[in-house]
Design a protein around this ligand. Structure first.
Ligand code: NAD
Ligand code: UDX
Length: 480
């Protein structure tokens, strides 16, 4: 078959992947009209907002691209079906969270939204259409999509013989916070598929900005599995380094020195060796649990157990941090104010999904702490949703102590020193650059004594804190 000329692209799903991916594609392909669709009208309105600070996703560099190409060859629309009907190529970029009910609950990925997309495409496509799986999917999902499309085609093509479909797997490897850079300069682009002409069409699009040598072709199942495996390997490194951080604290070693020493081995490499409060984000846990489910399903319990250990270690590690804070504060945090610096799961994103801050804050609230939470990009509504607890705006410790309240409370603070004022402890959970420039002299004067600073991200210079008389603890430091 001859390569299909792609003039119109429709992306279903205007989230953290769909939005930035299509923005970069539109930037590099001026001759293609790209429409990002979503059934969430509010999200689409935000993407179309004139005030660029209202875009639903914060990613450095994204607003600039949206500003330049929106309305030219980049569009955001809630008319999913109409845009499917005119598209030559459709990217499926919808969410695939862990199933909460039914077979595989707690592990398997829920592909109901992907299936819904396949049905929408089957019902609305008018010509030959290439379907690209951008979402991260269990191995062999392409088969489900093909089945749905083929059964619809066999009925419709009696009316219109030009309707047919090819399905490709093209998983996304972007990291939040550096999505635009990752999309502009990817380590590789992976395309899995059976039909050479469809693979060629997608390769041609990427070739507008990605060197051909970085575009890898595989069979469709390898492509789907490679995505899950990449995330499992990355998460495994973080659980590995966090496990050794605990051992450092027990033995007098320093995790930063251990990371540097092992990272200098070119076989190991230096990336992804930063100990932290435990991995968060919408992908790692979900994708490993999906891998675990697949291993169990295919009769490989030992392999399943191996990978499940990565997630278990992450839970344990987050528990360990909240317990340690309580222990250092004389075994109780009831009625004590703790300033939480950072709620996003990593710096440079407003995403809080699976953020370590959620679990750690919940644990401290359970212990009766009063948390003043600061984050430069996450708002109080999102925090309330994540903590499943309303914000209590006024902080009156004395009143709370007098009432002998055992209940924890939290409030949102939009200023770092306000958050720290009168606190018993500061707990740094996200590596925002704002937290690297804190004036510790000033802090030592506004905290209640004895005061503790806990750094789970290794972004604070210990000497600067210790010299002010504040107590300092940092993750994986045997000299704590
Ligand atoms: P998201 O929740 O931010 O966005 C998904 C969007 O799809 C939502 O806005 C939702 O309303 C929309 N949607 C769902 N079903 C729809 C339908 N039938 N019609 C129209 N819109 C529909 O999710 P995300 O973070 O962008 O992730 C999407 C996929 O990409 C997931 O499979 C994820 O695992 C994968 N992925 C995510 C990242 C990341 O960093 N977030 C990176 C690589 C891969
Ligand atoms: C991840 C993958 O990196 C990306 O390729 C995939 O497409 C989506 O999932 P993301 O979740 O956006 O990306 O961020 P990532 O940089 O991988 O960080 C994940 C979590 O690990 C964060 O909580 C981060 O703080 C933590 N992390 C990362 C560490 O604790 N230490 C490190 O050295 C690196």
């Amino acid at each position: 078959m001859q390569n299909k000329e792609i003039k119109n692209i429709c992306c279903i799903g205007a989230g953290y992947v769909g939005g930035p991916t299509m923005a970069v594609l539109a930037k590099h392909c001026p001759n293609i009209q790209v429409t990002v669709t979503d059934h969430n009208l509010e999200r689409i309105n935000d993407w179309n907002s004139i005030d660029l600070s209202k875009l639903p996703i914060y990613e450095p560099g994204l607003d600039e691209i949206v500003n330049k190409y929106r309305g030219k060859n980049l569009h955001f629309s809630s008319e999913v079906e109409k845009n499917i009907s005119i598209a030559d190529m459709i990217f499926i970029s919808v969410n695939t969270p862990t199933k909460t009910k039914g077979v595989g609950a707690g592990k398997a990925s829920d592909i109901k939204w992907v299936e819904a997309c396949a049905r929408q495409v089957a019902n609305n496509a008018k010509n030959h259409t290439i379907i690209v799986e951008k979402s991260t999917l269990p191995v062999r999902t392409a088969e489900v999509i093909k089945n749905i499309l083929e059964s619809a085609t066999s009925m419709k093509s009696q009316k219109n013989p030009s309707i047919s479909f090819d399905v490709l797997s093209n998983p996304e490897f972007l990291s939040e916070g550096s999505a635009i850079q990752d999309l502009m300069h990817p380590d590789r682009v992976l395309i899995g598929g059976e039909e050479e002409s469809a693979i060629d069409s997608l390769t041609e699009i990427y070739s507008n900005w990605v060197p051909k040598s970085k575009i890898l072709r595989t069979n469709i199942w390898s492509s789907e599995l490679a995505k899950l495996t990449a995330n499992a390997f990355l998460a495994q490194r973080i659980s590995s380094i966090n496990s050794i951080a605990a051992l450092c604290e027990a033995t007098g070693a320093d995790i930063r020195e251990v990371s540097r020493a092992i990272g200098s081995d070119s076989r190991i490499g230096s990336k992804f060796l930063d100990a932290g409060p435990g991995f968060g984000g919408s992908c790692f846990k979900k994708d490993i649990l999906n891998l675990v489910y697949l291993c169990e399903y295919f009769g490989l319990p030992e392999v399943a157990e191996f990978w499940e250990g990565v997630v278990k270690l992450n839970y344990w590690h987050q528990d360990r941090i909240s317990q340690l804070v309580v222990k250092k504060l004389f075994g109780t945090v009831t009625g004590k104010k703790i300033s939480i610096l950072g709620f996003a799961f990593k710096a440079n994103t407003n995403d809080t999904r699976e953020s370590a801050s959620i679990k750690i804050c919940k644990d401290l609230l359970e212990e009766g702490a009063i948390l003043s939470i600061h984050d430069p990009k996450v708002d109080s509504d999102q925090i309330a949703k994540d903590l499943k607890m309303k914000e209590k705006k006024s902080f009156k410790r004395d009143k709370l102590i007098k009432e002998n309240t055992q209940e924890g409370n939290w409030y949102f603070s939009d200023e770092i020193y306000e958050s720290i004022n009168n606190a018993d402890a500061v707990l740094v959970l996200t590596e925002w650059v704002d937290y690297t420039n804190i004036n510790w002299d000033k802090v030592s004067k506004i905290m209640r004594k004895p005061s503790w600073i806990f750094d789970t991200r290794s972004i604070i210079e210990p000497g600067k804190v210790i010299k002010t008389g504040l107590n300092f603890w940092r993750l994986g430091d045997g000299l704590n």
